[in-house]
Design a protein around this ligand. Structure first.
Ligand SMILES: *Cc1c(COP(=O)(O)O)cnc(C)c1O
Length: 463
């Protein structure tokens, strides 16, 4: 009798391809030239010279046929567009926030909330920083204080909720500076800079209790909230039977308000918003948006963009959609493991973060190991990632020195619904090959540096 085989059961994407966008194949010589011209900064490489673009998942998503159909339903009235009302309805329904102001993207909402809430000399605690979030908090006069759990700074630690806030760190800050100097706690999930690591529902509840006790507001960077909800469902006890929509609603219920870059979870190419249950904050934001963005019923967006966002909210909470999104990241991680390439564990929600410190051990941090590694991978195969290390961390505003973060990473970020498993295989094999030749790689020196968010525009030369 034939032995019964154990049959592997795979999942596949819950969509099929209707339109294709050809991409250019380049030679190594062409890529060497392109990398040099771009000052070894992957942000400065022309997209046309990129084969597989894992630079970011921000606005690089493939919209669905429903979203494209929604674009044709754009109501481009200056005031009171029907798409604005559709979007507002969905913000109420899925995020549970009654008040809402659209913005052209996430940082515009961050700008407004920072200006509204922060006074000169305040402190804003957060679970690790995000580049634009912290910059707007600092520009508004606050000192940002990282209160994430220590495990988040250790790329080998496999704690499933490395995005959690350390309650002791938060309490210590409250004792030290006083609750009156803390306008709000800024919480994001999953935490991009920690490697796409989520917070748990329990941690959120505990933080909320502590904030309430001290009358400190709690705000949510909900840009990737559905990814966080997925991890809670998969990894936290007691939540396996909840839907993504239920988890999103529950998470949001603990916050006073939130901001969103719609270029992530919502699977559109542009957009953002601010939403809150606080009427005073809403009224100020609704007034401020007119100064910086446009009327409060379009906030710098076209009506069609708001329609695509409204539909995107309905699609982002579908379980099969978010499972395929995070499943692709997991697939990439499991393949890289087969070659022994070190990266941040556990595998995060939106990206693989290669551990450049462990890969290019021979390069000191002031030779920019992550920047170097990203450039090497691009030259090898046309796969574009980005630096998340000393360059992204910028300079200390007090001392003017580089900030040297523990984590020196190259981020490979997965646009939603864009690439196939074969693209991931090509990327993995290229990284494995660079890893094998790692000892021959030389570092970089910085030759141009802009003042703000330097990682976008700075330039390097090979040592
Ligand atoms: C992208 C992002 C932002 C900034 O949003 P933009 O739309 O790029 O301005 C803020 N927070 C998080 C967590 C993000 O991922």
């Amino acid at each position: 009798m034939a032995k019964k085989k154990i049959i592997k059961r795979s999942w596949a994407e819950p969509f099929k391809i209707k339109v294709v966008e050809p991409i250019k194949m380049t030679t190594r010589t062409e890529r060497e030239k392109a990398a040099k011209e771009a000052g070894y900064n992957t942000f400065l490489i022309k997209s046309d010279d990129v084969y597989i673009d894992l630079l970011t998942d921000s606005g690089t998503n493939a919209m669905s046929d429903r979203q494209w159909a929604g674009m044709m339903m754009g109501d481009e009235a200056y005031a009171g567009s029907k798409n604005f009302y559709h979007l507002w309805d969905n913000v109420k329904k899925y995020y549970g926030m009654p008040h809402f102001v659209p913005t052209h993207q996430g940082r515009a909402a961050e700008h407004m909330i920072s200006k509204i809430m922060i006074k000169q000399g305040d402190y804003v605690p957060g679970n690790m920083y995000f580049t634009t979030t912290r910059l707007h908090q600092e520009l508004a006069g606050a000192t940002f204080v990282d209160v994430i759990v220590d495990e988040a700074h250790d790329p080998k630690n496999e704690n499933p909720f490395k995005g959690n806030i350390d309650l002791n760190k938060l309490e210590d800050l409250i004792k030290k500076v006083g609750a009156k100097k803390i306008p709000y706690v800024s919480m994001a999930g999953p935490v991009n800079m920690a490697g796409g690591q989520p917070f748990s529902m329990k941690n959120l509840k505990d933080v909320s209790v502590l904030c309430n006790k001290h009358k400190i507001k709690l705000w949510f960077d909900a840009t990737r909230a559905c990814e966080n909800a997925y991890f809670i469902k998969e990894k936290e006890k007691g939540y396996a039977n909840k839907t993504i929509a239920e988890l999103l609603k529950e998470m949001c219920s603990y916050y006073d308000g939130l901001w969103v870059s719609a270029k992530k979870d919502l699977m559109v190419n542009i957009g953002g918003f601010l939403a809150t249950r606080n009427k005073r904050v809403y009224e100020e934001a609704r007034n401020m948006v007119v100064v910086y963005e446009g009327l409060h019923t379009y906030g710098g967006l076209a009506g069609r963009d708001m329609e695509a966002m409204a539909i995107g909210i309905e699609e982002m909470v579908e379980y099969d959609n978010i499972r395929a999104r995070i499943g692709q990241v997991e697939y990439c991680g499991h393949e890289l493991e087969k070659y022994g390439v070190p990266f941040v564990k556990p595998i995060g929600g939106h990206a693989i973060f290669l551990d450049a410190k462990r890969i290019l051990k021979h390069l000191p941090q002031n030779q920019f190991p992550a920047q170097t590694l990203a450039a090497e991978i691009y030259v090898d195969s046309g796969v574009r990632g980005m630096e998340r290390g000393v360059v992204s961390a910028g300079r200390d505003p007090e001392t003017g020195d580089h900030r040297y973060p523990n984590l020196e990473l190259v981020r490979l970020t997965f646009p939603r619904r864009v690439y196939t498993q074969a693209h991931i295989d090509v990327a993995v094999e290229s990284i494995a090959s660079v890893y094998e030749n790692r000892k021959n790689v030389k570092g970089l020196k910085m030759v141009y540096e802009p003042k703000y968010l330097r990682f976008f525009q700075c330039k390097f030369e090979k040592l």
